[in-house]
Ligand binder design. Structure first.
Ligand SMILES: *Cc1c(COP(=O)(O)O)cnc(C)c1O
Length: 392
């Protein structure tokens, strides 16, 4: 009997080691990893330069405390601000914490402007985490059920719908910010219209609201640019990062710029572990290797290759709805629920995920090679074709 709280329905497999996008289980069976720990293992497994940098850092310092200066954290903040054109960073340990920081920042921004009950617009099918504030911001009843009372101060609108925002604005006082994923991850790899983010930017500018982008899943090179919003050529006021930033070492960041910068003062927010020398080195090294090894270009080209491969091998099949996503953030949308594909793929040595009931989600490492991509097509296409040929 397990002594773990029953929070995950786990697959019956335990891995012992990995190399690049391959993993081995305790029986010596090999797997192709097309999930990368849900967009976390940016550099794949056991990347030699990453391993060396972390080992060296562990031999010097793992943790001190944020009551002291941490040069590695300063460097990381400067690097991320350079890449994103943001101004300042708060470093924490996960995506939900980064979003908590963003929500707290929006409330304090509102209070400073005399808004007594600051309200944040959030989206249907959004996912922002599982702390009380972030599950309240999440647009999925399953995540919220049983945890009421929810945190107040959110209003929800449909995703990718600018008119819905204008409408809610006309009858909701006290709005201070919009919190939105540039591409919805858990919601089913939903990519909005190319003008959506530009429209949100305009609305926020007109009304003095903060545009807060949750790039926890889509950020850090995954879509072929450092951050997914850069495809739209806009700048956010607040951006949150986590998953892929530390290549598996827990780290999250909330960045702010413009109107949002300078909101927090000492005592307003904090984190014991946030941005310690080990986590900051993991993130800095991840960013360095993405640059040196041109992994964003790889994400773009491998993503295009996979997109085309799936399209040509599956696109015409009855029961297929759509292949969508950007770079190495791909969703294969089927017309009916397909959760059982996860177990079938695992049995054949392939790690994938299904989200939003009917979307096969692929989030491989940014180091995914041409051979890995070919292997993924050859393993996954027959599985999906078989599944679709069976009666529901
Ligand atoms: C995973 C995820 C989160 C939550 O991150 P945790 O590290 O699990 O707290 C928040 N937002 C998005 C978009 C995510 O994909």
């Amino acid at each position: 009997m397990s002594h773990l709280m029953n929070t995950y329905a786990r697959q019956p497999v335990a891995f012992t080691h990995g190399n690049g996008s391959h993993l081995w289980d305790s029986n010596g069976k090999q797997y192709l990893d097309a999930l990368a720990g849900i967009a976390v293992n940016t550099l794949g497994h056991a990347h030699p330069r990453f391993t060396a940098a972390l080992s060296a850092q562990i031999g010097k310092l793992i943790h001190v405390s944020n009551v002291y200066q941490i040069p590695e954290q300063e460097q990381l903040a400067a690097k991320l601000c350079g890449l994103s054109k943001m101004q300042e960073a708060f470093v924490c340990n996960s995506g939900c914490e980064a979003n908590e920081a963003a929500i707290k920042l929006a409330r304090m921004y509102g209070h400073k402007q005399g808004v007594e009950i600051p309200t944040v617009i959030v989206m249907e099918k959004a996912f922002h985490g599982r702390t009380l504030a972030t599950l309240s911001a999440t647009g999925n009843r399953k995540v919220q059920a049983g945890f009421e009372p929810l945190v107040s101060g959110f209003v929800r609108v449909p995703y990718d719908d600018l008119a819905a925002i204008e409408q809610v604005a006309s009858h909701t006082p006290n709005i201070v910010a919009i919190l939105v994923e540039p591409i919805q991850g858990e919601g089913g790899i939903r990519t909005p219209d190319i003008h959506y983010l530009q429209g949100l930017r305009k609305i926020c500018d007109q009304r003095n609201w903060l545009l807060m982008l949750d790039e926890v899943q889509c950020g850090i090179g995954r879509t072929g640019k450092w951050f997914a919003h850069q495809h739209a050529g806009i700048l956010p006021d607040v951006m949150t990062l986590a998953k892929g930033l530390g290549s598996g070492v827990p780290i999250g960041v909330c960045l702010a710029a413009g109107r949002a910068a300078g909101t927090f003062q000492p005592g307003n927010h904090g984190s014991t572990f946030g941005g310690n020398p080990l986590a900051s080195t993991a993130a800095l090294t991840t960013l360095d290797i993405i640059e040196q090894d041109k992994l964003m270009a790889n994400a773009q080209s491998m993503g295009d290759f996979l997109h085309q491969g799936f399209q040509s091998r599956l696109g015409h099949l009855p029961g297929m709805t759509e292949i969508r996503g950007q770079g190495l953030m791909l969703g294969i949308v089927l017309a009916r629920p397909c959760g059982e594909l996860v177990g079938r793929a695992l049995a054949q040595g392939l790690l994938i995920n299904v989200t939003a009931d009917n979307v096969v989600r692929l989030l491989p490492a940014l180091t995914f090679s041409q051979a890995d991509a070919q292997q993924l097509l050859d393993m996954l296409c027959p599985l999906i074709a078989d599944f679709l040929s069976q009666d529901a």
